[in-house]
Design a protein around this ligand. Structure first.
Ligand code: ATP
Length: 492
């Protein structure tokens, strides 16, 4: 009898353990499902048969800037603009690869009905691409694929966009911080309100300004970009306001329109507005209030109608407190403030940015596509990127150009990614590294070294818009050395 009870309880114990194991396996599967659902770059939302949202993944929530807990259980039309999921629930017909306009941006979407036992019990909505320009990149990749397998008979030509306008989908990044910034910018772009962009150097303020213009009611007008910090103070007024014939010695015969006039019916982007001298700030304020300009040496007022986007890496509040920025101008500019977060606050975007740059820069340099191993990627993700995306773009370009293999490895990375510091170290590949080697000594590496040096000089000049003193400073060399190198490499 005892034996019978014993084997009975052993059986129950075994069944219990088995059930426990299965529950554990199920929980693991659910956990995996959740991770996959939320890791997908595509936005996914699932509605029940009545059109109420049952699930929405992180990518979708980020894109439309909602919190998951606020949308689950709500009717889909209240959450997603222009949604056709209710139609798909009615018809039961899938709609694949459809164009959909969301937050002013063209997207590609799938709408898939969920059929079970002859009835539609729900539908899935997927945002496949954040924007259509990704489609063009896919066409390009397909073309490269066919070229690589030697099948040149197949020519895949993507319909090209009509212009080279910057659109929001070209601003790469899926992190919450950048998704929120893009969402606010998209909304603001569709109005005519003044936008003040703030963020460290190289975070993408100019890129945002361009995307805002492309989506704005002023998109058919010009986009005029003025870098207030790079124009000498004595020229700033005539650059912005223009001048009449004979306004000063050396002025053009028929006078010249200023940037305000040139931006008429378009967008004026005043970059580095925080560096504007005080007397010019007063003049700009007057234009913003009265919406008319007077050329230097002129007498008549010229009406101007433009959307203003301004940007600065300074804190304008601090500048106002210090007395170097006018409070009234600050209030005029700060209608829609938009902070673009530094890269170190959105590290999840780093792999995406690197992948996109590897692709683009290999193509630009006419090289076969390169990739990167995960140890190197991990060092890049952990780096602080003080120069933000500009620094990332330059780093990837150097890596693409200098690494010998098709795969970039840790040995290709400059010292700075291993905790080293300093510009000279940062630009030398690890194998060539001599701590603190300035540019002037870093060109001993034969043709490759010379090519790299030439590229660095061109980049530095490009970054400072051709200003040689600034470029020399950036490169850590004297102006005289820079001039020598310019003639050596025949850079005019
Ligand atoms: N999210 C992004 N996706 C892709 N490229 C980006 C992104 N943000 C910036 N870039 C690229 O990084 C570089 C620097 O961007 P941008 O000039 O817009 O920065 P910025 O904030 O205006 O810099 P600065 O304050 O120094 O003028 C550009 O080449 C730009 O195309």
């Amino acid at each position: 009898m005892d034996g019978l009870i014993e084997s009975g309880s052993e059986l129950i114990w075994e069944k219990y353990k088995e059930a426990e194991k299965r529950i554990q396996e199920l929980e693991n599967s659910i956990e995996w499902f959740k991770v996959c659902f939320d890791t997908a770059y595509e936005g996914i939302t699932i509605v029940d048969e009545h059109g109420y949202i049952r699930m929405m993944n992180d990518a979708y929530c980020r894109f439309i800037s909602v919190r998951k807990e606020d949308v689950i259980g709500r009717y889909v039309e209240e959450v997603i603009e222009n949604t056709r999921l209710p139609v798909v629930l009615q018809t039961g017909i899938p709609e694949r690869n459809q164009a959909h306009r969301l937050l002013g941006q063209d997207m590609v979407v799938h709408r898939i009905p969920i059929w079970k036992e002859n009835r539609v019990i729900g539908a899935v909505g997927m945002l496949i691409f954040e924007g259509v320009s990704e489609l063009y990149q896919i066409f390009d990749r397909m073309q490269v694929l066919h070229e690589n397998i030697g099948d040149s008979r197949i020519v895949i030509e993507a319909p090209r966009p009509k212009s080279n306008k910057v659109t929001f989908d070209q601003i790469i990044g899926e992190s919450e911080a950048i998704a929120e910034a893009k969402k606010v910018a998209r909304r603001a772009a569709q109005t005519s309100a003044t936008i003040l962009l703030n963020g460290e150097s190289g975070v993408g303020k100019e890129l945002f300004a361009k995307a805002i213009h492309s989506l704005s009611p002023f998109q058919n007008g010009p986009l005029v970009i003025v870098n207030c910090a790079s124009i000498p103070e004595n020229l700033l007024e005539s650059e912005l306001f223009g001048y009449e014939e004979g306004a000063f010695t050396g002025s053009k015969k028929d006078g010249k329109p200023g940037k305000f006039e040139l931006a008429n019916k378009g967008t004026l982007f005043l970059d580095e507005i925080g560096d504007m001298p005080l007397h010019m700030q007063a003049k700009i304020l007057r234009v913003l209030q009265e919406r008319e300009v007077e050329r230097v040496g002129g007498v008549k007022s010229i009406p101007v109608d433009f959307r203003l986007v301004a940007a600065t890496h300074h804190s304008l509040e601090d500048r106002v407190r210090e007395g170097t920025f006018r409070k009234d101008l600050y209030y005029r500019l700060n209608v829609i403030p938009l902070v673009i977060p530094p890269l170190a606050q959105r590290r999840t975007d780093i792999p995406l940015l690197i992948a996109a740059q590897l692709q683009a820069l290999s193509k630009k340099n006419n090289m076969p596509p390169k990739d990167i191993d995960k140890e190197a990627m991990s060092l890049l993700i952990n780096y602080d990127w003080p120069g933000n995306i500009r620094e990332l773009v330059n780093t990837v370009e150097r890596l693409v150009t200098l690494s010998e293999d098709h795969r970039i490895r840790t040995s290709d990375l400059p010292a700075v990614f291993f905790g080293g510091t300093g510009f000279a170290e940062a630009v030398l590949p690890q194998r060539d590294r001599q701590a603190g080697t300035p540019l002037s000594q870093a060109d001993g590496g034969g043709a490759e070294g010379a090519l790299a040096e030439k590229k660095r000089i061109l980049e530095a000049l490009h970054e400072v818009k051709g200003n040689k003193s600034k470029a020399a400073k950036k490169l850590g060399i004297s102006r005289a050395t820079l001039y020598n190198k310019l003639s050596k490499y025949q850079i005019s």
